[in-house]
Design a protein around this ligand. Structure first.
Ligand code: ZN
Ligand code: ZN
Length: 143
């Protein structure tokens, strides 16, 4: 796993490469996404950063998230009618979601990539992705 500071520098360089300006707010949102182990909503990010960045608004956070998403730095997770959550990790991984408290935890299961190959063979589709979510009760909610 890459070191977080390295990830931050590489992400900033990637953004610079697309010609966007690196504002302090932009840096802060990016840093927050890299640091957190959670899958925050735009509102979570705003709440965490607004006390330090007085001129930050929810719109600023949204604009940055959209930009990061377009640059391929974050993935947006949509769950029905609740607000989108954002995930900095772009390497293939799966989510298990607690049905009681809504916590989302990452896990990897590379063997599952084979299912794409198999599905392609069985159906003749040119497969370009899959989505898998698991549900359960997190360790905290089992206490
Ligand atoms: Zn839970
Ligand atoms: Zn994730």
């Amino acid at each position: 796993m890459m070191d977080k500071e390295q990830t931050f520098i590489e992400s900033i360089n990637k953004l610079k490469g697309t010609g966007v300006r690196i504002t302090p707010q932009r840096k802060a949102v990016l840093e927050y996404l890299i640091e957190t182990e959670e899958h925050p909503t735009a509102d979570d990010i705003f709440k965490a950063l607004s006390h330090e960045h007085k001129n930050m608004s929810v719109a600023t956070v949204y604009n940055n998230l959209k930009l990061f998403k377009d640059t391929g730095l974050v993935t947006e997770l949509t769950y029905g009618d609740s607000s989108s959550r954002f995930d900095f990790r772009t390497n293939p991984h799966y989510h298990i979601i607690c049905t009681e408290c809504g916590t989302i935890t990452d896990f990897e299961y590379p063997a599952l990539e084979e299912v794409e190959h198999l599905a392609g063979l069985l159906t003749g589709y040119e497969v370009n992705g899959h989505r898998l979510e698991l549900y359960g009760r997190c360790p905290n909610c089992q206490k």
